[in-house]
Design a protein around this ligand. Structure first.
Ligand code: ZN
Length: 516
């Protein structure tokens, strides 16, 4: 029982605690409150009735305010300064060294933010997301625009209060990918773009098209749900410590050391949507389930960055789930379950179809190759918004022209254009580049695992996913925040982050399909 161990001091009212014990208890109680807020968000995006929205915004604002007060409690500063010479700080990768480093980082940031700003951001993030649902449903950008204006002005204020090394965007990016710099990310994504665009062009010119019509048909939700659950179980998602539910926009959230929620969305007429989103979210979930429960609520037991989080979901979705070897194991069952659609379809045609590459409108449905172009568009646009170089009113037009420029297509409406993602309506500016960083980390981790395990394909063909999961546990999950993303990738792969493993992965898969 984690509760007894965690709050030993708190519940016994022990007043003779050391600074370290006091700080640890304080941080764990804050994490407890934070998990309650996550539960409210989870419920908001699953079951909350429409008219419950205002009260939910009040609840979340109240909790955000309490969390901010706890994180800026002057005692935290006192404990930190008392501990600044502690011998345990000397090893920055130890649990205690990590606790002190990360709490200090968070404390220094939070104390720069006025309480009023924190509350306003929380309130507008909830009401903005509610406005987004309406705006998207009615394809009416004007219903969201005022919320975006307000959120942008709050986010600019936040960036200015926090301070930044080079650009305002640095301060926002730091929320999701700690210590990442806009300039470095821009350079990495630019190298990726320079290699990707010609590859996509070559594929388009090749005149071979994947038989994607075979993925359409009738796939009853109940059968998809059963199949998705059993596949997620096979790769290692633990349903004793997690749940799979349904929502409009799939996601994963952790509500406690043994309570990880993943969500998917079923399309009865198109097979890949739910399955790949289930694999993706299960990948996120397995990262959460691989964190150390004895460190729950403390930095050593928390995910290190959204880029690393996304690497775990993309690795299971793409490097694993879209591989030929994976389907050599699962396709016979798939054919039995969905006999009318796949009974007579060869595995090679199925494999080609799920690896179809073509420029498309919707990010979450994009293939592995063009996906990063969707991200680069958003990354460029949000930098312009934050820097006040683009006005909200001009956003739909800017969106359409970038889609034309990078992908050669123009959205027919805003619902399938600028309104397709939830992020900006929730104030998440600076989040998008972590998706592409995740793709890069995923490819680099997978190459290293493939080497270490002497070929993951032969394992997958036999339905053995445990060795790969264990490699990820050892090299990524158990470290929590003890190493930064840069340190993790160096330790696990012996190289700094590069776009090359992803390009090698894409070429190795796509050239045989398209350029025979
Ligand atoms: Zn994800």
């Amino acid at each position: 029982m984690i509760g007894n161990a965690v709050f030993r001091h708190y519940f016994t009212g022990d007043t003779t605690l050391s600074a370290l014990e006091s700080l640890t208890d304080h941080v764990r109680q804050t994490a407890m409150l934070d998990s309650v807020q996550s539960l409210l968000y989870w419920d908001e995006r699953t079951y909350l009735p429409a008219l419950g929205g205002d009260f939910r915004a009040d609840q979340i604002t109240t909790l955000s305010s309490m969390l901010h007060q706890r994180r800026t409690d002057p005692r935290v500063g006192e404990w930190l300064s008392e501990l600044s010479d502690d011998a345990q700080v000397a090893d920055p990768h130890s649990d205690v060294g990590t606790l002190l480093r990360q709490v200090r980082r968070e404390y220094e940031k939070q104390t720069k933010l006025p309480q009023r700003l924190v509350e306003e951001v929380a309130r507008y993030s909830v009401t903005g997301q509610q406005a987004w649902v309406e705006a998207r449903k009615s394809d009416d950008f004007s219903k969201l625009a005022p919320f975006l204006e307000k959120l942008l002005s709050l986010k600019r204020e936040q960036a200015d209060a926090l301070g930044y090394p080079e650009t305002r965007y640095d301060a926002l990016l730091d929320e999701y990918e700690p210590n990442a710099r806009t300039r470095t990310v821009r350079e990495t994504l630019e190298r990726l773009r320079q290699d990707l665009v010609p590859l996509v062009q070559t594929i388009q010119d090749a005149n071979r098209s994947a038989p994607i019509d075979h993925l359409k048909g009738h796939f009853p939700t109940a059968a998809q749900s059963k199949f998705g659950r059993s596949t997620a179980t096979s790769i290692g998602f633990d349903f004793q410590r997690g749940r799979l539910d349904v929502t409009e926009h799939p996601f994963c959230t952790e509500l406690g050391p043994n309570d990880c929620r993943i969500l998917t969305n079923y399309d009865e007429s198109f097979f890949p949507s739910a399955l790949f989103s289930t694999l993706h979210e299960a990948g996120h979930g397995m990262y959460e389930q691989g964190l150390r429960t004895d460190q729950y609520g403390l930095p050593a037991g928390q995910y290190v960055s959204l880029g690393i989080h996304e690497s775990q979901s993309r690795l299971w979705e793409n490097q694993v789930g879209r591989s030929h070897a994976f389907w050599e194991h699962f396709y016979p069952t798939t054919q039995q379950v969905f006999k009318s659609a796949f009974g007579n379809l060869s595995i090679d045609d199925f494999y080609f179809a799920i690896n179809d590459v073509r420029p498309s409108l919707i990010r979450i449905e994009a293939d592995e190759a063009t996906y990063n172009l969707h991200i680069i568009i958003r990354f460029e646009i949000e930098q312009e918004l934050i820097n006040d170089e683009l006005q909200v009113a001009d956003l739909p037009g800017a969106w359409a022209s970038k889609y034309q420029e990078y992908l050669g297509i123009t959205p027919p409406n805003d619902a399938d254009g600028v309104l397709q993602d939830i992020h900006w309506s929730g104030g998440d500016f600076g989040y998008f580049p972590t998706y592409s960083l995740g793709n890069l980390y995923a490819a680099q981790f997978f190459e290293a695992a493939d080497d270490a395990l002497a070929g993951v394909d032969s394992l997958m063909r036999r339905g053995e996913f445990q060795p790969l999961l264990e490699w990820l546990r050892e090299n990524v999950h158990v470290h929590g925040q003890c190493y930064s993303p840069d340190e993790l990738i160096e330790r696990a792969t012996h190289k700094p982050l590069s776009h090359e493993p992803l390009m090698r992965h894409l070429r190795a898969k796509l050239e045989p399909l398209y350029l025979q």
